[in-house]
Design a protein around this ligand. Structure first.
Ligand code: HEC
Length: 98
Protein backbone atom coordinates (compact mmCIF):
# COMPACT_ATOMS: atom_id res chain seq x y z
CA UNK A 1 0.00 0.00 0.00
CA UNK A 2 1.30 3.41 -0.98
CA UNK A 3 0.16 6.99 -0.71
CA UNK A 4 -1.50 6.54 -4.13
CA UNK A 5 -3.69 3.77 -2.70
CA UNK A 6 -4.62 6.13 0.11
CA UNK A 7 -5.54 8.81 -2.40
CA UNK A 8 -7.85 6.44 -4.31
CA UNK A 9 -9.60 5.30 -1.15
CA UNK A 10 -9.95 8.90 0.01
CA UNK A 11 -11.54 9.97 -3.27
CA UNK A 12 -14.13 7.19 -3.03
CA UNK A 13 -14.93 7.13 0.66
CA UNK A 14 -13.91 10.40 2.29
CA UNK A 15 -14.34 13.19 -0.25
CA UNK A 16 -18.15 13.43 0.02
CA UNK A 17 -17.60 14.98 3.43
CA UNK A 18 -13.98 16.11 3.47
CA UNK A 19 -13.83 17.36 -0.14
CA UNK A 20 -11.76 16.15 -3.10
CA UNK A 21 -8.83 18.22 -1.96
CA UNK A 22 -9.35 17.46 1.74
CA UNK A 23 -10.31 21.04 2.55
CA UNK A 24 -13.42 19.96 4.47
CA UNK A 25 -15.79 21.21 1.77
CA UNK A 26 -17.32 18.03 0.33
CA UNK A 27 -20.86 18.27 -1.06
CA UNK A 28 -22.19 16.71 2.13
CA UNK A 29 -20.27 19.04 4.46
CA UNK A 30 -22.88 21.78 4.76
CA UNK A 31 -25.31 19.27 6.29
CA UNK A 32 -22.91 18.29 9.05
CA UNK A 33 -22.39 19.75 12.50
CA UNK A 34 -19.55 19.82 13.38
CA UNK A 35 -18.11 20.36 9.91
CA UNK A 36 -15.66 17.76 8.56
CA UNK A 37 -12.03 18.37 9.46
CA UNK A 38 -9.91 20.36 7.00
CA UNK A 39 -7.03 18.04 6.15
CA UNK A 40 -5.13 20.78 4.36
CA UNK A 41 -4.82 22.78 7.60
CA UNK A 42 -1.23 22.12 8.66
CA UNK A 43 -1.68 23.80 12.06
CA UNK A 44 -4.63 21.55 12.91
CA UNK A 45 -3.14 18.40 11.42
CA UNK A 46 0.35 18.72 12.91
CA UNK A 47 -1.25 18.60 16.37
CA UNK A 48 -2.30 15.01 15.63
CA UNK A 49 0.18 12.16 15.79
CA UNK A 50 0.10 9.54 13.04
CA UNK A 51 -1.33 7.14 15.61
CA UNK A 52 -4.16 9.55 16.47
CA UNK A 53 -5.01 9.93 12.79
CA UNK A 54 -4.93 6.15 12.38
CA UNK A 55 -7.23 5.73 15.41
CA UNK A 56 -9.63 8.44 14.17
CA UNK A 57 -9.95 6.74 10.77
CA UNK A 58 -10.14 3.23 12.19
CA UNK A 59 -12.44 3.87 15.15
CA UNK A 60 -14.26 6.97 13.92
CA UNK A 61 -14.75 10.27 15.71
CA UNK A 62 -16.02 8.61 18.85
CA UNK A 63 -12.74 6.70 19.33
CA UNK A 64 -10.80 9.97 19.65
CA UNK A 65 -13.34 11.99 21.63
CA UNK A 66 -14.76 13.65 18.50
CA UNK A 67 -18.17 13.65 16.84
CA UNK A 68 -19.63 10.29 15.85
CA UNK A 69 -20.62 11.64 12.40
CA UNK A 70 -17.02 10.87 11.48
CA UNK A 71 -17.62 7.18 10.72
CA UNK A 72 -15.37 4.27 11.82
CA UNK A 73 -13.57 2.54 8.92
CA UNK A 74 -11.77 -0.26 10.77
CA UNK A 75 -14.20 -2.89 9.47
CA UNK A 76 -14.02 -1.60 5.89
CA UNK A 77 -10.25 -1.26 5.47
CA UNK A 78 -7.29 -3.27 6.74
CA UNK A 79 -4.38 -1.72 8.62
CA UNK A 80 -2.28 -1.29 5.50
CA UNK A 81 -5.07 0.60 3.79
CA UNK A 82 -5.58 2.85 6.82
CA UNK A 83 -1.83 3.53 6.97
CA UNK A 84 -1.94 4.54 3.31
CA UNK A 85 -4.79 6.93 4.17
CA UNK A 86 -2.68 8.46 6.95
CA UNK A 87 0.17 8.92 4.43
CA UNK A 88 -2.24 10.68 2.11
CA UNK A 89 -3.53 12.91 4.94
CA UNK A 90 0.10 13.92 5.58
CA UNK A 91 0.55 14.66 1.90
CA UNK A 92 -2.50 16.94 1.88
CA UNK A 93 -1.48 18.91 4.97
CA UNK A 94 2.20 18.93 3.93
CA UNK A 95 2.92 18.44 7.59
CA UNK A 96 4.22 15.91 10.12
CA UNK A 97 3.29 15.28 13.74
CA UNK A 98 4.89 17.85 16.00
C1 HEC B 1 -20.16 11.32 6.77
C2 HEC B 1 -19.12 12.30 6.60
C3 HEC B 1 -17.67 11.85 6.75
C4 HEC B 1 -17.01 10.89 6.03
C5 HEC B 1 -17.55 10.02 4.90
C6 HEC B 1 -15.66 10.88 6.53
N1 HEC B 1 -15.50 11.81 7.51
FE1 HEC B 1 -13.79 12.22 8.55
N2 HEC B 1 -14.78 13.58 9.69
C7 HEC B 1 -16.11 13.94 9.53
C8 HEC B 1 -16.46 14.95 10.51
C9 HEC B 1 -17.81 15.62 10.66
C10 HEC B 1 -15.30 15.19 11.26
C11 HEC B 1 -15.12 16.19 12.42
C12 HEC B 1 -15.39 15.52 13.75
C13 HEC B 1 -15.23 16.49 14.90
O1 HEC B 1 -14.54 17.51 14.76
O2 HEC B 1 -15.79 16.22 15.98
C14 HEC B 1 -14.26 14.33 10.72
C15 HEC B 1 -12.95 14.27 11.19
C16 HEC B 1 -11.94 13.51 10.63
C17 HEC B 1 -10.56 13.50 11.09
C18 HEC B 1 -9.98 14.35 12.22
C19 HEC B 1 -10.11 13.74 13.59
C20 HEC B 1 -9.43 14.65 14.58
O3 HEC B 1 -8.39 14.25 15.11
O4 HEC B 1 -9.90 15.76 14.81
C21 HEC B 1 -9.88 12.64 10.28
C22 HEC B 1 -8.39 12.29 10.34
C23 HEC B 1 -10.83 12.11 9.31
N3 HEC B 1 -12.07 12.65 9.56
C24 HEC B 1 -10.50 11.23 8.30
C25 HEC B 1 -11.43 10.67 7.42
C26 HEC B 1 -11.08 9.70 6.40
C27 HEC B 1 -9.67 9.22 6.09
C28 HEC B 1 -12.25 9.35 5.78
C29 HEC B 1 -12.45 8.32 4.68
C30 HEC B 1 -11.95 6.97 4.94
C31 HEC B 1 -13.31 10.12 6.40
N4 HEC B 1 -12.77 10.92 7.38
C32 HEC B 1 -14.66 10.07 6.02
C33 HEC B 1 -16.99 13.43 8.60
C34 HEC B 1 -16.72 12.42 7.69
Amino acid sequence: MTVTDGEKIYTHYCSACHGNKGDGKGFNAKNLDPRPANHTDAVFMSKRTDKELFDAVSGGGRAVGKAAIMPPWGNTFDKGQIKSLVQYLRKMCRCQEE
